[in-house]
Design a protein around this ligand. Structure first.
Ligand code: AHR
Length: 500
């Protein structure tokens, strides 16, 4: 029996928030210095008058990145934003404790805001919950958003910016639960502090969107710590009636990876379970705290996701992971997960946007688009609008999974599928075939006969990589008449698009 995929464009399941295509730029490795900001590059044609990389800006614009998180990540736990504003020659150089480097502070708040304006993206700032104080956080919010005649708003004006930046998204710390954090916290300490900070920040600017620091929704590190992870998320969400009015989104982070190419590709389905579990916890907290229905339900902010093996690409060495075709399939499944779960996901940020575990790598001469760039581009360009109902029936991968419990928790079909319809009536069906050798001839129901546009990212070898010498992985475009079975090649990402 031929495998089947049915698509139902008339059944819109939920609106997709464009912010699922968000980015993340941390002061880590070559992300900021040498990535976004490269004033000393001898190839002057690559650099604009601000010292920004023009090729990186163009790439972000091509991706239509709607929102970018900054300045960390782990970096933020010792970051003092005042070090990074004002005349550059006066800014202090400081030891940096997350990645054990030195921070020159030549790139700071005003540079980031200008970069966002040029790219056409919204800033999302993370607050220092390590060595930072509430006073500092309030001062940063005032600097960015206030129109009053007050000290930090005036400092912004003195530094050349009259209008407020109107930063909407603010995170209450980053991975505060992690043993690697400066000032790691217990869930009780975190919940109390987050609640107090949230109260004060919203007094200063009630229009902001506050994002709570969750853990993973579940654990990808080790299944046996699941209970503890869930407890952090549950406690942070539920304690002190924090859900009632102050917190708008709940953040979780997961990185997936395996040396086995199929396990590697299907691993993001564990993120789907994380989203399901976490949204259950959001509901539970609302019920326990008697949150009235008029208060909007919090969404999940998946503000760090990607394929990353820290053994292969250690953080303190800049995490310049080289991505294979298997990683590209994995990124496509990550994005399928966000489309399928669009009801619950308000934002997602690939970690990271440039050089550090990134699809985009700079050299002094230009940018390289890694294998993972291509699915990201296809999704961000076309998979917007609404998630629509789809059904897939095909054989599943029956081997071991990473994490191990994944197979017990969910199916891992060879074909991973999601579909959308946009405002102009274009339907996009995304099919990822993770099989190493087998193509599948699939009966497609609900696809319109006639001109179907086809975009394929594929290769013969799962470990194919793009380098400055050769780029075997990219997008192939073709057309299909929509009749008969469609063959999805092994190791491929295929997008079929048609107008209703
Ligand atoms: O993205 C790299 C690092 O991974 C981030 O700094 C941290 O938040 C996570 O552990």
């Amino acid at each position: 029996q031929a495998p089947k995929i049915s698509v139902h464009p008339e059944r819109k399941l939920s609106k997709i928030n464009d912010n699922i295509y968000g980015g993340f730029t941390e002061h880590m490795g070559r992300c900021i210095y040498g990535g976004l900001y490269d004033p000393d590059n001898a190839n002057k044609h690559l650099i604009d008058e601000n010292g920004f990389r023009k090729d990186v800006i163009e790439a972000m614009q091509e991706l239509k990145v709607p929102v970018v998180r900054y300045p960390g990540g782990n970096f933020v736990a010792t970051y003092h934003w005042l070090d990074g504003v004002g005349p550059q020659e006066k800014r202090p150089r400081r030891p940096e404790l997350a990645w054990l480097g030195v921070e020159s502070n030549q790139f700071g708040t005003d540079e980031f805001m200008k970069w966002c304006e040029i790219v056409g993206t919204e800033p999302y700032l993370a607050l220092n919950f390590g060595t930072g104080t509430l006073d500092e956080a309030l001062a940063w919010l005032e600097y960015c958003n206030s129109t009053q005649d007050t000290e930090y708003a005036n400092l912004r004006r003195k530094n050349g910016r009259e209008e407020p930046y109107k930063v909407k998204y603010w995170a209450l710390g980053n991975e505060c639960w992690g043993p690697w954090q400066v000032e790691q916290m217990t869930k009780e300490d975190y919940a109390k502090k987050a609640y107090q900070w949230a109260k004060a920040l919203k007094l200063l600017d009630p229009s902001i969107t506050l994002i709570l620091c969750g853990e993973t929704g579940h654990s990808t590190w080790d299944f046996y710590t699941l209970k503890e992870c869930v407890r952090w998320d549950q406690h942070a969400l539920g304690a002190g009636n924090i859900t009632a009015s102050l917190i708008d989104m709940h953040s979780i982070h997961i990185y997936t990876a395996s040396d086995d190419p199929v396990k590697n590709a299907v691993a993001p389905r564990s993120a789907e379970r994380a989203i399901e579990i976490c949204s259950g916890l959001i509901d539970l907290a609302r019920i326990e705290n008697n949150v009235p229905a008029s208060v909007p339900r919090q969404t999940i902010c998946f503000d760090e996701w990607n394929v990353w093996d820290p053994q292969r690409a250690p953080g303190d060495q800049g995490a310049e992971e080289r991505y294979t075709l298997s990683d590209a399939l994995s990124v496509a499944i990550w994005l399928n997960v966000f489309i399928r779960q669009s009801k619950y996901v308000g934002m997602a940020n690939i970690a990271q946007s440039v050089n550090v575990i990134s699809p985009l790598m700079t050299s002094k001469e230009g940018v390289l688009k890694q294998t993972t760039w291509w699915p990201l581009l296809l999704f961000s360009k076309y998979m917007r609008g609404w998630t629509i109902a789809t059904h897939v029936s095909c054989e599943s991968y029956e081997g071991e999974t990473e994490p191990k419990w994944l197979r017990a928790a969910t199916d891992t079909p060879w074909l991973d599928v999601s579909a959308t319809v946009n405002e102009d009536g274009w339907v996009s069906l995304m099919v990822v075939n993770v099989h190493l050798t087998e193509s599948f001839d699939v009966e497609l129901q609900g696809v319109k006969d006639g001109a179907v546009k086809v975009y394929t990212v594929a290769g013969k070898e799962w470990d194919a990589v793009n380098t400055s010498e050769q780029e075997p992985i990219g997008i192939q475009e073709s057309e299909w008449d929509g009749k008969g079975l469609y063959k999805f090649p092994s190791l491929s990402i295929t997008m079929l698009r048609w107008k209703l």
